[in-house]
Design a protein around this ligand. Structure first.
Ligand code: FES
Length: 111
């Protein structure tokens, strides 16, 4: 028998219908600024801080699954936080997302 052991607290961020495909909303989780993106019917959350020099990454352009930093053009995968090109070399933190009752919920800390 497996006992449920989900110690994660979840934070209600927005109605799923409030985030259009290709758009995002901002939230704060445990002191981290977080951007929650919708790509199709999937939702992904990354820290809203470029690992190169701290720009607000969500204000950049979303190209497919990638967000392009508005300051110097580094690129990150929104799904994984993985850095895709210089001048950044470190991934961005991600946050778990779940959908429940037509709302988007964020885990209360980084993945
Ligand atoms: S701050 Fe994002 S690429 Fe420099």
């Amino acid at each position: 028998m497996t006992l449920a052991n989900d110690m994660t607290d979840w934070i209600d961020v927005a109605a799923t219908s409030a985030i259009a495909d290709g758009e995002h909303v901002l939230a704060e989780v445990d002191g981290y600024p977080v951007a929650v993106f919708r790509i199709g019917d999937e939702f992904y959350a990354i820290e809203d801080v470029c690992s190169h020099d701290g720009a607000e990454i969500a204000s950049g352009v979303l190209e497919g699954n990638d967000i392009v930093c508005p300051r110097h053009g580094a690129r990150f995968c929104v799904k994984t936080g993985a850095v895709k090109c210089a001048p950044a070399y470190e991934d961005i933190r991600t946050f778990a997302v779940k959908l429940e009752n037509d709302r988007v919920w964020l885990a209360d800390g980084p993945a």
